[in-house]
Design a protein around this ligand. Structure first.
Ligand code: UGA
Length: 446
């Protein structure tokens, strides 16, 4: 079978991993973005963000010519290919609802290209969009601009992505499921055939459904994971009131129940990143517009908002007034293996510490350049964990980096002014650490 040519619009995590994934399997891939700086990096084989295992394959696919990245040339990308994945960003508006402006403009460009094309082309929405968007916004724009009927003149699918930052490329290459929402059978068949060729013998279970069901599957999945996190954080907060209780053991035991499962039950200072906070808010706002209040998700969100500030409360309990105290922050990224600081829990924690008059020094293996654009010179940045801890009155562990998991009590006691540690991610053994220093952690009863 001759491999179809693929175009990808938007080169964030989803777009770039999709583009490199297909290119690495021998497809001709054309990406297009409005961001000239990012495109230049990609065309040199340099990923525009920190993502393990992406660099080598990006380099290879650029070198062997399977992948090229255009600047603002959606029409060219569509005209040169058979199928287009639209993976442009869908940020939040100030009220939490989804901002679809990039979907609208890119869809208009795709439609105008389709107008010049006689061959059947498949348009696939990969961005996270609220249920109804593909049918009620994307389809009419495509039909208007192309002057063609959806389903005969061109095909339309909605194909959500489930990759995680930090393992984005592996997740693209090995996913648990493929979800294909389809307007017309022909486009659904074309997309399923493409994935069968892509995954070969490892083709995961595939769900074919309507456009809006596919859209909701993405939100429901992220909301469920966010709910698991806020649930276990609620149990963590309860454990703190119960002498001898430890949420980590509670979660381990709960996870052994197959109906519950062990994943996403790590208690801590809450979830951050570019997905859970945005998607939970967007679904709440969308559902409200439809006349149904998502009370459960409202609670998930409010638990998550309060959770990071608990670390500062612990700090105050242990040190008293924070004015002039030196606080070391270990980890700034919203999770390990990424330099992304969108909605990172470090942000409310650092801001609150500064508000209380503390002097903050922070260390992160990769996120410092981005952190500098957020905190500017309001905090100090250390070049290593050890340097960060020097003369500190207290340390808050914020991100679960492997390198930080390896620290021993002596690494803290050796150079801190007061050996006080707050484990915001439950990565240290309470028994070992509390023997040697003042130690407290989320979800640990006293
Ligand atoms: C999340 C989903 O896991 C992906 O399936 C989805 O495709 C992606 O959003 C998306 O919509 O694009 P991601 O945001 O990269 O992926 O990161 P996660 O690994 O899910 O972690 C999110 C946040 O939850 C992090 O701040 C992490 O520290 C926190 N978390 C995670 C916990 O606090 N406890 C846990 O048990 C797990």
């Amino acid at each position: 079978m001759k491999k179809p040519k693929v175009s990808v619009l938007g080169i964030g995590y989803v777009g770039l991993c999709t583009a490199v994934g297909f290119a690495s399997k021998g497809y001709d891939v054309v990406a297009s973005t409005h961001d000239a700086e990012k495109a230049a990096k990609i065309n040199k084989g340099v990923p525009p963000f920190h993502e393990p295992n992406l660099k080598k394959l990006l380099e290879e696919t650029i070198q062997n010519g399977n992948l090229t990245c255009l600047i603002n040339q959606t029409e060219k990308a569509v005209l040169e290919t058979d199928l287009t994945f639209n993976a442009v960003g869908t940020p939040s508006k100030p009220d939490g609802s989804i901002d679809l402006q990039f979907i609208e403009t890119s869809t208009r460009d795709i439609g105008q290209a389709l107008n010049q094309k006689s061959k059947y082309h498949v348009v696939v929405i990969k961005s996270t969009v609220v249920p109804g968007t593909t049918q009620d916004l994307v389809k009419p724009i495509l039909e208007k601009e192309s002057k063609k009927k959806c389903g005969s003149g061109f095909g339309l699918c909605m194909n959500p992505e489930f990759l995680r930052q930090g393992s984005a490329f592996e997740d693209t290459m090995h996913t648990d499921r493929v979800v294909i929402g389809e307007y017309d059978r022909q486009s659904g068949d074309a997309l399923e055939t493409l994935y069968k060729d892509f995954y070969g013998e490892n083709m995961p279970p595939t769900i074919r459904t309507t456009l809006s069901t596919a859209e909701l599957i993405k939100y429901a999945s992220n909301s469920m994971l966010a709910t698991k996190i806020s649930f276990i954080n609620t149990m963590a907060n309860l454990c703190e009131k119960i002498s001898g209780a430890d949420v980590k053991i509670v979660a381990t035991a709960m996870g052994l129940d197959k109906r519950i499962g062990p994943l996403f039950l790590n208690a801590g200072i809450g979830y951050g990143g570019s997905c859970f906070p945005k998607d939970v808010k967007a679904l709440i706002a969308h559902s409200k517009n439809l006349g149904y209040r998502l009370e459960l998700l409202e609670a998930v969100e409010s638990v998550n908002k309060a959770q990071p500030l608990k670390a500062v409360e612990f700090c105050k309990e242990l040190l008293g007034n924070l004015k002039g105290k030196r606080v070391a922050i270990l980890g700034l990224a919203f999770k390990a293996d990424t330099d992304d600081m969108r909605e990172a829990r470090a942000i409310p924690i650092v801001n609150q510490l500064l508000e209380e008059g503390a002097n903050v020094t922070a260390y992160d293996p990769v996120a410092v350049p981005i952190a500098k654009t957020i905190f500017k010179n309001k905090i100090r940045y250390a070049a290593s964990a050890t340097a960060c801890l020097k003369n500190a009155d207290c340390c808050i562990l914020v991100t679960e980096w492997d390198e930080l998991k390896k620290l021993k009590p002596e690494d803290f006691t050796r150079s801190m002014k007061q050996p006080v540690l707050i484990d915001g991610r439950r990565i240290y053994d309470p028994e070992e650490f509390s023997r040697k220093m003042k130690f407290t952690a989320i979800g640990l009863g006293h």
